[in-house]
Design a protein around this ligand. Structure first.
Ligand code: FPP
Length: 243
């Protein structure tokens, strides 16, 4: 391993650039998304090897419904195919799968496949893989607030946090966006309050182990202060502390 020993516990990734990867090759956009599944498989393995314990990826946003109908249906089929092909090998590698996002609006077949995949991998402990599908950061804050309101509970940081869709994992330490754009695009708005941001120029299908290592290496050089001063952090050694 060539990267520093400060490995982020939780890495979140906006897997951007599939469309451009395909267009550059005169291929349909869906070919880029297919290649994106391969890149995700590779990234999961690399994260396991490097000691990352939680990986959260943005696979389909609440706003992606506005894409051309054939791309939306292609992404839905890709998810269904990936569930069939990938879950057994992911499970063998110790991956616990969670699908995070609004289930309403998904076909009954896809929705059932998500539940099955979660149940089949629930016992695994090497890496938690959260696949955000039909997800938006604003949707998550709103659904958490709606849950509290329905139960008549007070809205506090702690109660909202517990009602968020990612309550089963700590906040991301490192947020990566591939594809060269410098935007958060409605991903993990609540959870990224203190995440370190890294923007990779690689298009997602090209995001290989070296590109991941570049992000991890950069992360290891950051001083995480969580609102404290640099002097405070240095005396308490809190730079590797998680939120
Ligand atoms: C953004 O690239 C990517 C997506 C909207 C889809 C991401 C999906 C995958 C990586 C496949 C894995 C997902 C499943 C179904 C498990 P873009 O299309 O916005 O690229 P562009 O910015 O180059 O147009």
């Amino acid at each position: 391993m060539t990267v520093s020993s400060v490995v982020p516990h939780h890495v979140a990734i906006v897997m951007d650039g599939n469309g451009r990867w395909a267009t550059k090759r005169f291929l349909p956009r869906l070919a880029g998304h297919k290649q994106g599944v391969d890149a995700l498989r590779r990234c999961v393995r690399a994260c396991i090897q490097r000691g990352v314990r939680v990986l959260t990826v943005f696979a389909f946003s609440s706003e992606n419904w506005n894409r051309p109908a054939d791309e939306v249906s292609g992404l839905m089929s890709l998810l269904a195919t990936a569930l069939g092909h990938e879950v057994p090998s992911l499970s063998k590698e110790g991956v616990q799968l969670h699908f995070v996002g609004e289930r309403q609006g998904l076909s009954a077949k896809v929705a059932a496949g998500l539940v099955q995949a979660e149940q089949a991998t629930a016992h695994n402990e090497r890496l938690i893989l959260n696949v955000c599908f039909n997800y938006g950061g604003r949707w998550d804050v709103a659904q958490a607030a709606a849950q509290l309101a329905a139960r008549g509970e007070a809205i506090t940081e702690a109660s909202l946090n517990a009602a968020m869709a990612l309550a089963h994992v700590p906040d991301p330490d490192l947020f990566i966006r591939t594809g060269g754009e410098h935007r958060i695009s409605n991903f993990l708005l609540w959870q990224c309050a203190y995440s370190e941001l890294f923007f990779s120029p690689s298009l997602w299908p090209d995001f290989d182990d070296a590109a991941l290592d570049a992000a991890l290496h950069d992360y290891a050089s950051r001083e995480r202060r969580f609102g404290k001063t640099s002097a405070q952090v240095q005396t308490t050694g809190a730079s590797a502390m998680r939120a």
